[in-house]
Design a binder for this molecule. Sequence first.
Ligand SMILES: NC(=O)c1ccc[n+]([C@@H]2O[C@H](COP(=O)([O-])OP(=O)(O)OC[C@H]3O[C@@H](n4cnc5c(N)ncnc54)[C@H](OP(=O)(O)O)[C@@H]3O)[C@@H](O)[C@H]2O)c1
Length: 249
Amino acid sequence: MARFQHALIIGASSGIGAALARRLAAGGTRVALVARREGKLKELASAIDGEAGEERALAYVHDVHDRDEAPELLQRIARDLGGLDLVIYAAGISHNVAFDEFDTAKDADTIEVNLLGAMAWLNPAAERFGRLGRGTIAGIGSIAGDRGRPGAPAYNTSKAALHTYLEALRNRVGRRGVRVVTLKPGFVETEMVAGMGKLPMMVSADRAAQIMLRKIRRGSVTAYIPARWRVASWIVRSIPSCIFKHLKV
Ligand SMILES: NC(=O)c1ccc[n+]([C@@H]2O[C@H](COP(=O)([O-])OP(=O)(O)OC[C@H]3O[C@@H](n4cnc5c(N)ncnc54)[C@H](OP(=O)(O)O)[C@@H]3O)[C@@H](O)[C@H]2O)c1
């Protein structure tokens, strides 16, 4: 199982990204935390440092819409940390979209954050790791990307495209010793789903992070979080379109 000394998490200020950072740091990994909310990042970094009794977390304020910044910031983070062997793209948004709403601005924003931001960060990560012949990349997709549902067309599309991009990246740099892991969580208790009530098979962010790190360390190709979503997703994908279009799943 791989152990990581230096990790970068994009989308680390809350939810799954923050839980991943806490768990990695508790195991001795130095972590770089990237997101927009400076207060949240600083709070998390000082909690991590406090628990570790040393500086183990570095915070960087960045908006993933600013794609041109990513390559240089990634190199700066690697220098600041003293190396880099794991990059996780956890940033994501899910706009509320009414059933009869067709809002291109919201859809474009979803693609910008969930897909183009991932490409802007993971391309330079793949380039760096490919050159070095080692390293691990992980991207957080979703079970939502396995089927086009009526409630969230752009979110579903962004995650389906992210899954395909990660597979292609794996097939590009895998042969050079770089691992690329696609993570597909079901429902996780975070700000993203706040107010949606009790959702099926929901797990805490910490539990999701624990499973994700196990899969990342093993170098899994595609992991459902938790694993029972693999069966649920297989069933959902097997439903013919003529039936699926009438369902609210
Ligand atoms: N919760 C679920 O049920 C669920 C299920 C499947 C997949 N996922 C995926 O899991 C990932 C993490 O989401 P979460 O559930 O942990 O929700 P969350 O608590 O809302 O976390 C989202 C993270 O993305 C960051 N982010 C959003 N827009 C950004 C931007 N423009 N620039 C930089 N960072 C940005 C946020 O930081 P700032 O706001 O500080 O920038 C935050 O750190 C997402 O990709 C989500 O799609 C979640």
